[in-house]
Every structure is written in structure tokens, then in C-alpha cells.
Design a protein around this ligand. Structure first.
Ligand SMILES: Cc1cc2nc3c(=O)[nH]c(=O)nc-3n(C[C@H](O)[C@H](O)[C@H](O)COP(=O)(O)OP(=O)(O)OC[C@H]3O[C@@H](n4cnc5c(N)ncnc54)[C@H](O)[C@@H]3O)c2cc1C
Length: 382
């Protein structure tokens, strides 16, 4: 059992400084369809992340909802609720309508954006803007847990939330053993630690691939509380959203794709990633990369799989020209079937692979693509 007291001590030091910057002079609630649940029941708050079109919740948030339902199921009384914060949305937004179909949710808070500039701050989950909003809700409703996906969005916001509440953050959990006991990987996934959190509110991020996604059904008649919110902290006044550069891709999202093909330094150049693209086209796969491939400039940062990249757990993961360093394995070893192509028979990737091909990737990958093509043609003609 690992204690969180050390982490708390260091966070408290930082939050003492941060706290002087926080203030909530312009916060008020406009409408409230339902004030409180029963007096004895508590609620957990999940911070919603939506897709780039802002029309639906990301898989990371749906997994966070499942994890949260396990946390509150283990807490007394049993009638605890999960509330969802959808910052930057109004109550009639498409994403809010869809979120009402999540059966585990009992209430939604929406925070409409007063103008385009603030919309961007909510949309991109700017921590200096989101954290005061979450702290305001926490001061008001005293949630037992505040939970988000361990995606870039959650990793950006939640440390600031934890620091401003002067509690520890429990990061990237992969299991729930109680309302305050969590499992999380350490040493790049080589060991699992069981963490008991003694803080009054548990600030938790959830590894999306470790929990089933909450299922969307028919929209329920849920209470939606609309908040009018303009943080006036020094930090939030200083921050402005400028721009983003996103590479456009027709491929499935890396973190939710059924099949992922990742390339490593063995591909030798950005141009050579085209041979992976041809195979990915045949399999409807997303393309990932090792950090060495990203650092060498073969592909953009958002394609990185691993400890400091994305965690994926597809049905099929094909590692091409990747040695299998522990930091890479940390992001993909939960894949259902792992295939490795490497010319070095001693490459560590073969220790986790279900199927290994010791071969030159520049011969093996085009050959696989050709065979898939032939099979597809045979299937059409027969
Ligand atoms: C704090 C920290 C965090 C990190 N985070 C990550 C992370 O998130 N993700 C990540 O991936 N790494 C991460 N790393 C880096 C990691 O340690 C490795 O350096 C990296 O994963 C190696 O990438 P690679 O396997 O592509 O390259 P290499 O280790 O150089 O392996 C290349 C492989 O390609 C094979 N090969 C070469 N040519 C061919 C060919 N023609 N045909 C077939 N096979 C061929 C070689 O045999 C070799 O096994 C991190 C490191 C640190 C210290």
C-alpha cells in the first residue's frame, strides 16, 4: 500500500502560492432545475471532454464515468450520484443532449461561453480557465471525487485542480478497489501500485483503455444546471488562446482504433511511413509511432504511443521496426493481439508479441499489403 502523503506535501507548497491568485467575484448561478440530491448522498464530478467537433463525449470521458461509478458503488450510502461538467456548452447543445443518454449520470452542469474567446478557452481545456470553474463547483457541492480521463485534456487540467484544492492527484488509474483505493501503474507499467487516498476529495485521472466505456442510450430527463462563469484570477486573466495546428487525417482515432500499426526508428525516414499507410488502408487501421520515430521527425508528436505518448489497447497492434523499450510497451501492452516485425530476433518486442516475424520490414510489410489485396480480390470474385 502506498501512501499519498509525500505527494500531498509537495503539492501543498505550490498551492499556497497559487491560492493567492484565486478569486471568484463574477461567479453566479443562473438557473437550477434541481438544487441538491438527498441530503445524505454525495456526488462525484466527472469533467467532460468532447471530440473536436464538440458534438459528443470522447471515449476517455466515457471510461472515466465507468471508473467513477465503480468508486461510488463502493461508498456508503449507495445512492451516490455522478454529475457531469460540460464547460463551454449551453443546455441545448447537441453534446449535452447526447450526454443525457449516459445512464450512470444524474445531473449535468453546463457553462455557456459568453463569447468566442472564452469558447476557445473551454474548448481547448485551458487549465487556468477550467480549474477555477471546477473549484467553484467543488466549493459549492463538496464532491467526493473529481474525475477526468488521463488524456492530454485531463492531464492538463487536473494537476491545477488538485493543487488549488490542496490535495494529491491520483494519476492514470487502471483499477478501483474502493472509494479511496486505486490501482495505478508505476515504472513505465512494470509494477502496479495500490494507492489509498486520504484526502477529503479524490482528484483522479483514469486510463481510458483500462475501463469499459459508458454506453449511450436514449436521452433521460436529467436536470441541467446552467452556470454563468467568468474566472477573475490573475492566472486566468493572463491566458489567451492563440491557435492550434492539427494534422488532418481520415484515419480512425489512435486511442479508439480497432487496429493500430506503429512504426519505429527501423523505418529510417518519414517517407518510408508510406508503406505502413498502404497496409493501414487495407486494415482500416490508425497509425502510431515510437518516440524515437517522433524525435527523428518521421511523424508528428500526436502519433506517439507509450509512457509519454498515448495509451492504446486495440484488438490488433502491429509494431514495425520497433525494439520494444519499456516506455513503448507501457502504451500498448494491453492490446489484445500483438504482432511484431523486426529483423533482430533478440528485440525485446518479441517477448510481448503474440506473433513475431523476424524479417526485413521493407520486404515483409509490402508483401503483407499485397497478400491482403489479393485476398480481397479473391473474396470479391468468389
Ligand atoms: C522518460 C522516457 C519516456 C519515454 N517515452 C516513450 C514513449 O512514450 N514511447 C516510446 O516509443 N518511447 C519512449 N521512450 C523512448 C524509449 O526508451 C526508446 O528509445 C524508443 O521506444 C525506441 O524507439 P524504437 O523502438 O523505434 O527505436 P530503436 O530502439 O532504435 O529500435 C529500432 C528497431 O528497428 C529494428 N529495425 C531496424 N531496421 C529494420 C528493418 N529494416 N526491418 C525490421 N526491423 C528493423 C531494429 O532491430 C530495432 O529493434 C521514452 C524514454 C524515456 C527515457
Amino acid at each position: 500500500m502506498w501512501s499519498t502523503s509525500l505527494a500531498r506535501a509537495s503539492i501543498s507548497l505550490r498551492s499556497n502560492t497559487t491560492k493567492t491568485c484565486f478569486g471568484y467575484s463574477k461567479i453566479h448561478r443562473d438557473t437550477c432545475l434541481q438544487l441538491h440530491s438527498s441530503a445524505s448522498a454525495m456526488a462525484a464530478l466527472v469533467i467532460a471532454e468532447t471530440d473536436p467537433t464538440r458534438s459528443q463525449l470522447q471515449g476517455s470521458s466515457l471510461a472515466a464515468i465507468t471508473a467513477t461509478s465503480q468508486m461510488i458503488a463502493k461508498e456508503e450510502p449507495q445512492d451516490n450520484e455522478i454529475h457531469l461538467l460540460m464547460a463551454g456548452f449551453s443546455s441545448d447543445s447537441e453534446a449535452v443532449k447526447k450526454a443525457k443518454g449516459i445512464q450512470q449520470i444524474s445531473k449535468i452542469y453546463v457553462v455557456p461561453s459568453p463569447n468566442e474567446a472564452t469558447e476557445k478557452l473551454f474548448k481547448y481545456g485551458v487549465a487556468e480557465w477550467m480549474a477555477p470553474c471546477i473549484q467553484y463547483l467543488q466549493d459549492k457541492y463538496k464532491f467526493s471525487h473529481i474525475v477526468a480521463g488521463a488524456s492530454t485534456f485531463g492531464k492538463n487540467i487536473m494537476p491545477r485542480v488538485a493543487a488549488s484544492l490542496e490535495v494529491s492527484q491520483i494519476s492514470d488509474i487502471t483499477g478501483v478497489e474502493g472509494s479511496d483505493v486505486f490501482i495505478r501503474p508505476i515504472y513505465a507499467g512494470n509494477a502496479l501500485s495500490k494507492v489509498k487516498c486520504t484526502d477529503p476529495v479524490k482528484v483522479v485521472t483514469v486510463r481510458g483503455t483500462a475501463f469499459e466505456k459508458a454506453v449511450l442510450k436514449e436521452a433521460q430527463n436529467l436536470p441541467v444546471e446552467e452556470l454563468s462563469f467568468t474566472p477573475e484570477t490573475n492566472a486566468s486573466k493572463c491566458v489567451k488562446w492563440l491557435s492550434e495546428e492539427v494534422s488532418q487525417s481520415e484515419r480512425p482515432d489512435l486511442t479508439s482504433a480497432r487496429v493500430v500499426i506503429s512504426g519505429g526508428r527501423g523505418l529510417k525516414s518519414a517517407d518510408n511511413f508510406k508503406i505502413l499507410e498502404a497496409l493501414a488502408d487495407k486494415l482500416g487501421a490508425a497509425i502510431g509511432a515510437s518516440r524515437a520515430a517522433v524525435d527523428a521527425g518521421f511523424c508528428p508528436n500526436e502519433m506517439q504511443v507509450g509512457q509519454t505518448g498515448k495509451a492504446v489497447a486495440p484488438e490488433l497492434y502491429i509494431a514495425v521496426g520497433i525494439s520494444g523499450a519499456i516506455q513503448h510497451l507501457a502504451g500498448m501492452k494491453d492490446s489484445k493481439v500483438i504482432v511484431a516485425i523486426n529483423k533482430d530476433p533478440d528485440a525485446p518486442i518479441f517477448q510481448v508479441a503474440d506473433y513475431g516475424l523476424v524479417a526485413d520490414l521493407f520486404e515483409a510489410v509490402p508483401e503483407m499489403t499485397k497478400l491482403l489485396d489479393q485476398n480481397a480480390k479473391t473474396a470479391v470474385h468468389s
